[in-house]
Design a protein around this ligand. Structure first.
Ligand code: ADP
Length: 244
């Protein structure tokens, strides 16, 4: 899409009508795939993300196994139809980097030491992308891990804040990410107040950076409540099925 004249209107509202501190509409569901050990689906604005988890399971190739803990592997992949112009299905440098960054954001949450010599595999498929997909991927993958019954210190949740037309804004969409001044993706475990990912693209003053971090953390906390609800919803549905 071409560069919009302005990212904020006269009232200070964004291109999709959001206030500066407002998240995009979010929907999430747990246990959406039959053949994975755990799975989740998330929509955040126009982003559509699917995550599947396998394991803990035997490691192949065997030499990758660790004697004292499980290995966590992660693949972030964008579907060819996820962006305006068809994306090559082959893994790009960006996807390889994001796979690593996402794995590192999730790893501190998982009790890997409980499952020596095994592997836990996470697959993240971006079905539709509209900015902030690394964050949406982390939020979805954490739900899929929990759905697989992988023991974790806390859920991991991610959200970005940034700067558009000179103002700090929460949860940037693609146009704001592309044409805004800065983007600060952050992942955390809100229950234990630990940050597991912090990146920055663009430029901010120190004060703006601190405010953006705070804003992203507030966004994370809101999404965390939705994650917990989505997990509970699955078990309420199962209970109702049993009672019927
Ligand atoms: P994130 O999705 O975490 O914000 P980036 O900042 O790298 O990651 O990407 C921002 C957005 O740019 C993506 O969410 C997507 O909408 C768009 N994008 C990324 N890669 C491509 C691509 N190959 N073709 C078109 N758009 C892309």
């Amino acid at each position: 899409m071409s560069k919009p004249e302005k990212l904020l209107d006269k009232k200070g509202l964004r291109l999709d009508g959001r206030k500066l501190d407002e998240l995009r509409p979010i929907k999430m569901e747990v246990g959406v795939l039959n053949n994975a050990d755990g799975s989740a689906y998330l929509e955040q604005g126009k982003n559509k993300v699917l995550a599947a988890v396998y394991g803990p399971k035997e490691v192949h190739p065997k030499h990758l196994a660790l004697a004292d803990r499980a290995i966590l592997r992660c693949r972030y992949h964008m579907a060819p139809f996820s962006v305006e112009e068809r994306k090559s299905p082959a893994p790009s440098r960006r996807e390889i980097e994001l796979s690593k960054v996402i794995r590192e954001a999730l790893e501190p949450a998982v009790f890997l030491e409980y499952y020596p010599r095994t592997a836990i595999d996470i697959f993240i498929e971006i079905l539709q992308a509209d900015g902030g997909t690394r964050c949406a991927g982390i939020t979805t993958a954490a739900l899929a891990l929990a759905d697989a019954g992988v023991p974790m210190r806390d859920l991991v949740v991610a959200c970005a804040a940034g700067k558009v037309d000179g103002k700090l804004a929460l949860d940037l969409m693609d146009l704001e990410d592309k044409y805004g001044e800065a983007d600060v993706p952050l992942a955390m475990m809100p229950g234990i107040n630990a940050v597991t990912l912090l990146q920055m693209d663009g430029s901010l003053t120190l004060e703006e950076f601190q405010k953006a971090v705070k804003m992203a953390m507030e966004g994370c906390k809101q999404i965390y409540e939705m994650q917990k609800k989505a997990l509970k919803a699955k078990y309420v549905a199962i209970k109702e099925e049993i009672q019927e």
